[in-house]
Structure formats: structure tokens, C-alpha cells
Design a protein around this ligand. Sequence first.
Ligand code: G4P
Length: 529
Amino acid sequence: MSFLSEIQRRRTFGIISHPDAGKTTLTEKLLLFGGAIQEAGAVKSNKIKKGATSDFMEIERQRGISVATSVLAFEYNGIKINILDTPGHKDFAEDTFRTLTAVDSVIVVIDVAKGVEEQTEKLVEVCRMRNIPMIVFINKLDREGKDAFDLLDEVEQKLGLTVTPLSFPIGMGYDFKGIYNIWEKNVNLFSGDSRKDIEETIEVSDLNSSELNTLLGDIAANQLREDIELTDGIYPSFDKDAYLNGDLQPVFFGSALNNFGVRELLDCFVDIAPKPRAKQSEERLVKPDENKFTGFVFKIHANMDPNHRDRLAFIKIVSGEFKRNTPYLHVRNKKKLKFSSPNAFFAEKKQIVDISYPGDIVGLHDTGNFKIGDTLTEGEIINYKGIPSFSPEHFRYINNADPMKAKQLYKGIDQLMDEGVAQLFTLEMNGRKVIGTVGALQYEVIQYRLEHEYGAKCTYENLNVHKACWVDPEDEKNTEFAEFKRVKQRYLAKDKSGQLVFLADSVFSLQMTQQKYPSITFHLTSEFE
Ligand code: G4P
């Protein structure tokens, strides 16, 4: 197959949802369609069960599973599909944000009873800002839930999307009869008894045919006709370009657990979802069909095996072919590196591959060369944009609890921060180190890993910080900035890349500081124009 057709046939996407909406179940059903796994239950949920936050084994289990499910690839009708795992747990939200820089589109899963939940809102906002094409899947139709129109409304209001349904439920919960596939114009009936399989697919090109009454009964058939007429009137008709530009989001309904409505979603997905897209770097726009290889690191994972302390760096290939045993330039380190055993991912296994294409993810063994956001090329200086850090929610001083192991501690902290586990801030005033995290869980992960992987011990001390704000002065030389630095010295720190950060201790102090120093902008993410 030619290089160009290899690109054309790739679809790389992520499934995002609030925990429990059915992401794992849907992933598994998609893999079953691709024949990549043989039975349900093969894909392990990577969520942390409630109440397990202090259980180290649970953290380890979580890490192990998230390596296994980081990338799940399969083939369907000649299309190579790469699903990138996005942890739903809010403590790992940053991991998910970073993974979203490596997807070309997403599927958003929503629970029909719970509607739009908090994590969904946050993740969709990131996708919307980046114009990532999104398809919405409303799940668990076999249960009682919200009215379909109310839900579509909620999705529009809360998520700020413009939706158009491409399938529509016939009944719900106990009365769930099936789905009308607007995209293909047919009706799929749900087997009421076993509630497990699709009973039959019936082509209904004319919604007014009496056959529909025979199939569904008069009431349900008339209701469906009314519903579809209403959707025609309210929602814009599907437009592929609008979807690809992030301006229109098609919606599907179904029940992942019962594998109902999933094939409709998958068939439409392979038809409309974008193939690998061009990516903006600081230097220029890079197109996937360029001959020379470029790619970037969006995730780093420590090896679970204590005998192999190396890490796995996940690279998204943006352009060209990535070949085994070929020297590539590590742009930040200005070093050439060769990889003898790049891993590709297939279903839940990984295997060594000789060649990978744009859209694919390769896992490279790393002994500490990479950090998140690093770029690899054939020689050109390219730095891919768009892996910002967000202000952490929790802040604690980190102290060395074993003076003999200071070197190990700093090496450990350094590497864990490169992996993106948390963020390190060094106070300007006294050089003390502060760890900022999205969730409290990360502190336990860090402490545990420092001890088990680096032989170092740490303790934490609380620090009252509301938000970390990256400081962006209009003019670094003006007196206002000098005054700010003098007055606020106690609250200033440098992040790991040396950028100046203001650690505001409350909403109020942030507002006051903003008012007092109008020529300085305070950003809640590390990347700004
Ligand atoms: P997540 O990855 O988004 O966190 O969700 P996951 O797929 O693990 O699903 C969460 C729960 O919802 C699971 O039940 C799962 O079986 C159930 N579920 C998923 N899809 C459907 C559906 O279409 N209909 C119904 N009725 N339930 C669905 P659980 O009891 O929490 O876990 P388990 O013990 O079944 O694994």
C-alpha cells in the first residue's frame, strides 16, 4: 500500500466522558466489531474505584492498566483505527488534556439519565477551543433517562455545541424499541426479551409506510414520525465540512452494554471522521503527507517492571514514515537518537514494528531523554505547539525526609515532572520546592514512586495557594513590573521551564493584584500568545 493510502486510511481519536458514562464499555464494543478482541471484558476499565484513593496497590493497578490501554488499535473495513485512552478521573485530567493534542477527533459519551456532567463539560471545552471534530454518543438507552429532545437541548446549552441527531431512539428504558438510523434511513429493532442483541435491521426508506406501524405498533410509529419531523425542523442537516471544522456535532443514541446503536456510530465514524490532519508548529504548518518524519511526545509512562527502569514515551506521528533503527533529531536536546524496538499497539497488545505512519502512535523506550511536548524530526528544527500546563488545584511544599538521598530525590522529582505527573515550582525568595497537582491523589503517587523507583523519601507541607498564574508583563523593563516583583516577591516562583509564576493565595488577592498592575496579564495556562 502506498504512503498516501496508509495516511488516508487512518483515524486517530479519543473517547471522552465523565466516569461511568460507558467509555470503557463502548471502547470494548468497538474493538469487538474490529475483531481485535474475542469477548467482552477484555478491556479493563482504568478508573479508580471510589474510596480507593489511599490504596497504593490501586494506584499501581491504575498505572499498569493505563499502559495497557494507552492506545488501542484495530482495523475495520480496511480502516486503521487508533483509540487513545483518556482517563476520566478528574485527578488525571491533565493527562487527558495532553492526549487531546494527539487526536484528530473525539467521541463524547453521555449517560442518558445523568446528562451532561462536570468532566464532560471541561473536556469538551478543550476540544471546542481547538476545533476538534466531535461526535456525541448518548448511552444507556436501555435505562430510563431524560427525554431525547431535552438532552439534545442540554448538550447544546451546557457544552456550547450545535448538534444534529443522526440516529433517534424509539422509546426508552423498559419501552426501548430500537433506533431509527437517520444517517442510513433504516430502523434497528432491539430484542425486548434478551435485551442483548439487535433483533433485525429493517430498511425503512419511507417513514410513512404502514410497515412501520406493523413493526412498532401505531403509537410508537406515529411518535417516531412526529419526532423525526421535529428534528428535521429544529436541527441543521448534517454537513461534513461543518463537522470537520468543529462547527456541527452529530449525535447518536444507543446502549453500549447491549451493543446497540454502536455499529451505526462506527460505520458513520469511519465514513466522516478526519484522517490525520496537518499540525501547527512554532515554525510552520506540517502536513501529514510530507516525506520527512516529524512527531511529538504527548505522554510518558514509567515502566512497571522494577528490573527495567526505563520509560515508554508515546509519540504521535505527524508527517512522514517513522522507521526502526533510523537516527532522528531530538530537537530540544539537539541529539540524534535511534530506536531499535519501537512499539506499535494492536488491541491491548504491543509489538515491535519497522515502520509507522502519520496518525499512528509509537511507544519508544526512554532512559530519561524525553519530556512531554518534545519533538523528533529528521533534522529540521520544529517545535510542536499546544501542550500547555494548566494551573494546578493543590499546592504543597515537598521536603526531603532522608538527607542521605537528596540526589535521588531531585532526580526522581525531575523525571516525574517530565512525565507530567505534577508541576514543580521553585520559590524565588528561598528556593523551596512546591509541587502543584490537579488532584490530591497525585501526592500519594509521587511519594510512593519516589520511594519505590528512586529510593528517596519525602514529606509534604501544606501551602495556601489558590491558583498558579503565569506572569505576562507588557514590558519587562517598566517600573510597574519591577514594583510587582518587589512587592509580591514572597508569592513568586519559577516553573520547570523557567517561566515566572504568581502563586495567588485567594481569588481576592488575584483580583487586587490584577487591578494594581494593569500592564501585567495573569494566565491560568503556561502557553499564551
Ligand atoms: P467509564 O469507562 O466511562 O467509566 O464507564 P464503564 O464503561 O466502565 O461503564 C460504567 C458502568 O455503566 C458499568 O457498570 C457498565 O456496565 C455500565 N454501562 C455501560 N454502558 C451501559 C449501557 O448501555 N446500559 C447500561 N444499563 N449500563 C451500561 P458497573 O456496574 O459500574 O460496572 P461493571 O461491574 O458492570 O463493570
